[in-house]
Design a protein around this ligand. Structure first.
Ligand SMILES: [Fe+2]
Ligand SMILES: [Fe+2]
Length: 464
């Protein structure tokens, strides 16, 4: 009996359905037969034993039919509950192991397999999401620190290595003729040797020569690790290559990895090109500053060297205050051109040896504003224009052109005011002789806290 039940359990749904239908239909058929028998047989001939057996078999078939149908229905209910759980977002839902075999068992197994895969996919998606968030935050930082191209490239290369899942990676740049590659940035334990690679030499040299990406499996590379390399091309010029090796799961890099790397490489190429351009802009900027400084010196021989010296004083005080390199550079550049406005003041006033009239003084006091206007069209001077305009302001508001005071003066400006005043005092002028360093220091200290910032004067006096 048990064997038969088991074989029924392992039957197909169709056969179970047929069996239960037959068993259940036996009930009305047997009942019908009983009624016919009962009507057609004379009362004294009715065999009660046969009737008992009949009722017994009717009960058995009804119970067997009920049992088979109940099991089928239960499995379907279980399945539908499982689907409902998944639909409600419970992807870890699993169906209990069923005694049933056949389609129901297959269906349960398939369901469990699907939810397992769903769980894996969700885990993978969550991992990708975390990675994308991480990449975005790194790129955000990189953009914020774009002033420093090395840091920017480092972040990009590091992020690329992490995104693709490589153990090592590096960025190599080409020379002017695109004949050689030298390492710019390198990450990973297995540092690929830093020697210069010539065009056509080895795998990386071939990438440079052909200008095409390379994807080599562990077996093909000859290093025992998979290698992937992409050239950094910008308008037909190869600025460098990016190379990754040794995939983290010890597998080979895939075509997908190559696709991601090529995509990232196009962005790195643009960053590199911007870097090259920024170097050009920087060069032009420095040349412009120097040309302007020379123009000032040529205009007023009495102040020859003044701008340069103010720049040097500014640098020393700024460093004493621990200001960052960018601010120090800004102060130096501003110092070099701070009196550029004197170009607009007539010679006879600049070189006058007798006291200036009120109008002449007013005209001379225009030089910070004239200077600011001269520099206005140059975008790279934007940040330092206010230093040019305000370098004759004084702490108590007695300066010009705006008469700003105290809190309106920034620390770099207060530094510049002291440096400019000190150099003016220690230089000859057409109308007076230069003071000694000691006298000038005493003068600064005398007006410390009124004309000049006390802290700046104290630090300046200490280092001069
Ligand atoms: Fe000035
Ligand atoms: Fe000056």
């Amino acid at each position: 009996m048990d064997l038969k039940m088991k074989s029924i359990k392992h039957d197909t749904i169709w056969r179970k359905f047929l069996l239960s239908a037959v068993l259940m239909s036996l009930l009305p058929i047997l009942l019908l037969l009983y009624i016919v028998y009962f009507i057609t047989t004379p009362r004294e001939e009715i065999n009660t034993t046969q009737i008992r057996w009949l009722i017994f078999w009717i009960m058995c078939s009804a119970m067997a039919g009920f049992w088979i149908t109940k099991n089928m229905v239960r499995s379907f209910i279980q399945l539908s509950q499982g689907f409902k759980k998944v639909a409600n977002g419970n992807y870890s839902a699993k169906l209990e192991k069923t005694d049933e075999a056949g389609e129901i068992d297959e269906l349960s197994k398939a369901f469990n397999k699907i939810t397992s895969r769903l769980e894996d996919n969700i885990r993978e998606l969550q991992r990708s999401k975390r990675m994308i968030q991480d990449i975005l935050s790194r790129v955000g930082k990189a953009v914020a620190s774009f002033q420093d191209i090395d840091k920017f490239l480092e972040l990009i290369v590091f992020t690329t290595i992490e995104a693709i899942g490589a153990k090592n990676g590096k960025l190599m740049l080409t020379d002017e003729e695109q004949k050689e590659l030298t390492t710019k940035i390198s990450f990973g334990q297995e540092q690929i040797q830093d020697h210069i690679i010539k065009s056509g030499e080895g795998l990386l040299g071939a990438v440079l020569k052909k200008g095409r990406p390379a994807l080599l499996s562990k077996a093909e590379s000859g290093y025992g690790m998979s290698v992937i390399s992409v050239p950094l091309v910008y308008s037909n010029r190869i600025n460098g290559i990016i190379v990754l090796n040794d995939k983290i799961d010890s597998k080979d890099f895939s075509e997908d990895d190559l696709f991601i790397l090529s995509d990232l490489a196009s962005h790195i190429s643009i960053a590199l090109e911007n870097y090259r351009l920024s170097l050009d802009v920087e060069k032009t900027y420095i040349e412009t500053i120097n040309a302007l400084a020379m123009a000032v010196d040529a205009r007023d021989p009495y102040t020859r060297g003044h701008s340069k010296r103010v720049g040097e004083y500014c640098e020393r005080i700024a460093k004493e205050f621990g200001l960052d390199n960018e601010t120090v550079k800004m102060l130096k550049d501003a110092s070099i051109v701070h009196d550029i406005g004197k170009i607009g003041i007539p010679d006879e006033i600049l070189r006058k040896t007798t006291p200036l009239t009120e109008d002449e003084v007013k005209l001379i006091q225009q030089h910070p504003l004239i200077g600011e206007n001269i520099l206005r069209p140059i975008r790279s001077f934007e940040k330092l224009r206010h230093l040019i305009r305000l370098h004759h302001e004084r702490l108590n508001g007695s300066g010009y052109p705006e008469g700003l005071a105290g809190k309106d003066l920034s620390l770099p400006l207060k530094i510049m005011i002291v440096a400019d005043a000190f150099d003016a005092m220690t230089s000859n002028r057409p109308y007076r002789q230069a003071m000694s360093t000691l006298q000038a220091k005493q003068e600064l200290q005398k007006y410390s806290g009124s004309l000049f910032d006390k802290e700046v004067v104290d630090k300046f006096v200490e280092i001069i």
